[in-house]
Design a protein around this ligand. Sequence first.
Ligand code: UFG
Length: 331
Amino acid sequence: MILITGGAGYIGSHCALEFIKNNEKIIIFDNLSTGHIETIEMLKKINPNIIFIKGDLKNLQEIEDVFKKYKIECVFHFASLSIVQESAKNPQYYYENNVMGSINLLNAMVKYKVLKIIFSSSAAIFGEPKYLPIDENHPKNPINPYGKNKLEIENILDDFDKKYNLKSIKLRYFNVIGANKKDLLGEWHDRETHLIPNIIKSAINQKTFEIYGDNYNTKDGTCIRDYIDINDLIKAHHSAYLYLEKNNKSDDFNLGAKQGMSVKEILKTTEKVLNQKIDYKISQKRQNEPSVLISDNTKANKILNWEAETLLSDSIKSACQWELKLQKKSI
Ligand code: UFG
């Protein structure tokens, strides 16, 4: 069986769906602090046999009980708080939830001899780039607590490999966007902070969209990010899983589309997709954010035989369709 922590959230639920389609037996462990029970219900409609456990990684007993009861072969660890600005406002909450929660999970894994994990890491571990695109060897100097959380967990994973033979694949996501192509799942945060959902919401609700700063050292002054489609990202998880099964070796991969897009370019592309002008204004810069992040995918191309394929406009289209469904609450 495969254990998916955070399987009620955005990326975890898309991964769960992929395993359901492949007839794998899965258990979802999620405290529903940011994920949604409706997402679990949707997954259960496709396969009623999936097991959902409402539990919190901060509670060692709760996660140990899962390993005690079920024969788990591999863990996909998505459960995490993931808002960069929130992490700077409340580092205690972030370290407790993300780092301590992960330590409990890893301790339970070692205790029950489950020695394979795919870990959701982040481009945030790199901080302000020293060169572009960012490959796996790029220096790791995170500039916010969220990035530091993820790097800390990566370091713990390396030590757990040396000492306990726990093998991990760390997948460092750049900016994940889009929704399931059949409209079954998508990005759903009760307090939305992400760029593309915010632009779409502004368009649907006829509100002014806010660009956070236009005096970065970039071509048009707005931040540049590398946007990777969720469906492509999930394919990389599947390849990483097969790679880990086959080689039983720890490794890490940067996952983006190897293409930098500015906030203004994303706004323009969304306007084109929606065929609608979107009103915007320039607001204050966010604290603790790098000006540019672009991934070098060479290693994932070569070793995982993986490539980002989806067009940015198609990802935005799927995000729009999902957002409309969400706003109608027809989930
Ligand atoms: N932005 C706006 N207006 C908005 C929302 C975002 O201008 O309403 C800008 C941000 O300032 C940033 C860019 O759009 O320059 C992307 O912002 P997101 O909030 O969508 O994503 P982040 O780059 O801040 O963070 C994302 C993930 C993190 C992850 C990080 C890795 O949400 O979990 O990428 O770099 F750590």
